[in-house]
Every structure is written in C-alpha cells, then in structure tokens.
Design a protein around this ligand. Structure first.
Ligand code: NAP
Length: 236
C-alpha cells in the first residue's frame, strides 16, 4: 500500500486557496479529486474534477464514489470550500444563515463522514479543514457571527474527531487563517484588511498551502488548530 500514489480530495477547488492546494498536492505527486460547483475537467489525468454543491449529501456520495473508482483510495481530505458573509448580527437574513450552514457546516459533515469511512477501512488518512482566526479573535470592525458559528464548530469538531480517530491511524487538523489575499477579497479592501493583523499585512494563499502541507507531513500532529494569521491569535 505504501508505494501506491496517494490521493487527496480538495473541496472549493475552482479558485483561490483551493486551486492553490490542488497544484501543491499535484506537485507532491498526489492524485487529486478537485471539487466545487463550477469546476471543469482539465487536461491532467491525475486531477479528477467533480462538480457539485458541497452542502448536498449526494455531492459527497459522488465525490467519494468517483474518487474510488478512478484512483482506488482516499488518503487526504482538505475541507476548503466555504463562504464568508460579514454583517451586523441583526442584519443577517434567513438566506445568509441557510447558505452558511449548508456550505460551511453540511459541506464539512457529509464529505468528511464519507471520506472517513474509507480511511477507517484503510487504517490511515488525514483530514484538514480551513477555518478562520476570527473564531478566536472577533473584531469589532468586522462583525462575523455566522463565520464564528460555522467555522468555530469545525475547529471544535476537528479536536473531537482527532480524539475519536487517534487510535485508528487517521489524523484530523485545521488551519485557521487570518485574512488572505484570495479572490474572496477585492483589492480595494486590502489596505483596511491588512491593518487588522498585528503584522500589518494580509496573508498570501501560499501561507495557507504551506501550513496544510506541513500538517500533511506531521505524523505526530493531530487535533491541531494551526493559526496562520499574522499574529491575530496572539493579541492586538
Ligand atoms: N480568504 C480569506 O481571507 C480566508 C480567511 C479565513 C478562512 N478562509 C477560508 O478558506 C477557504 C477558501 O477561501 P478562499 O479565500 O480561497 O475563497 P474563494 O476564493 O471565495 O473560493 C471559495 C471556493 O469554494 C467553492 N464553493 C463555495 N461555495 C460552494 C458550495 N456551495 N459547494 C461547493 N463549492 C463551493 C468555490 O467554488 P464554486 O463557486 O465553483 O462552487 C471556490 O472554489 C474558505 O473556507 C474560507 O472560508 C479564507
């Protein structure tokens, strides 16, 4: 089994941090299942694109089924798909709430459950989720209760799952970013967002990719919420 090429699933893979993660795992010679709603199959036969809404259990079923039928195994799941809606708490709509729960929470639950079932059969695996440092460090100037509710839940679930699977060969971790220069944030917001970090600049997508790759190779690390946030979690 050890000489087989490893397989990673990356959600939210069409752009931003997810697209960078796909490239990084390919550079490490993993075969990759790249999924998002709009993703299209490219020319690399070792990247399988599976399109679908990650909040739907049917999408998770399809991702895992196609991963196994094409590549035969699942070694890593990167839960990267997510949406961000910042507004004062009283202004959140029912649609805001529903979409955040669907993408961030159901989008974690369904695919993690199905990928974990395969990892349990293999007796090995790594699950890593991208959360946000805002869960530990709320900022008065950027109210984000729905990010806290959803990503904070994933941070906690990461620790619970790490403990549940600690004796089963499966590690479970999270990367908790500060604010990262990705398509999520238009350039005109960057100066304001940079100032929210003690280091006075935003993070790069490569900062998050490097953290995920570190966790990938860190065999003694599980249940870790790795802050990559320009000092936000240390203080202000
Ligand atoms: N950028 C930051 O400052 C920052 C900070 C902290 C945490 N994060 C987290 O990092 C992750 C990646 O962020 P990013 O900055 O790269 O965001 P992004 O550029 O907006 O990309 C989001 C990705 O998620 C996919 N996605 C969104 N809704 C989906 C759904 N319902 N089903 C399937 N895929 C869906 C999108 O693809 P489709 O549109 O094709 O579906 C896209 O590939 C997110 O979880 C985000 O919360 C980002």
């Amino acid at each position: 089994m050890s000489n087989q090429q490893k397989v990673a699933i990356v959600t939210g893979a069409s752009q931003g941090i997810g697209a960078s993660l796909v490239k990084a795992y390919r550079d490490r010679n993993y075969r990759v299942v790249a999924t998002s709603r709009s993703i299209k199959q490219g020319s690399d036969p070792d990247i399988l694109a599976v399109a679908g809404d990650i909040g739907e259990p049917e999408t998770a079923d399809r991702i895992v089924k196609e991963a196994l039928s094409r590549f035969g195994r699942i070694d890593t799941l990167v839960n990267n798909a997510g949406i961000f809606i910042a507004k004062p708490f009283a202004e959140y709509t029912v649609e805001d709430f529903t979409s955040k729960i669907a993408t961030n929470v159901a989008g974690f639950f369904h695919i993690t459950q199905r990928a974990a079932a395969e990892m349990l059969k293999q007796g090995s695996g790594h699950i890593v989720s991208i959360t946000t440092s805002l869960t530990d460090n709320p900022t008065a100037s950027v109210p984000t209760v729905l990010a806290n509710l959803t990503k904070g839940g994933i941070n906690s679930a990461t620790k619970a799952l790490a403990i549940e699977y600690a004796g089963k060969g499966i590690r479970v971790n999270a990367v908790s970013p500060g604010i990262i220069k990705s398509p999520m944030h238009p350039p005109e917001t960057h100066e304001f967002l940079a100032a929210l970090h003690p280091v006075k600049h935003m993070g790069e997508m490569s900062d998050i990719v490097n953290a995920v790759l570190y966790l990938e190779s860190a065999g003694f690390v599980t249940g870790e919420i790795l802050h990559v946030d320009g000092g936000q979690s240390a203080g202000h």
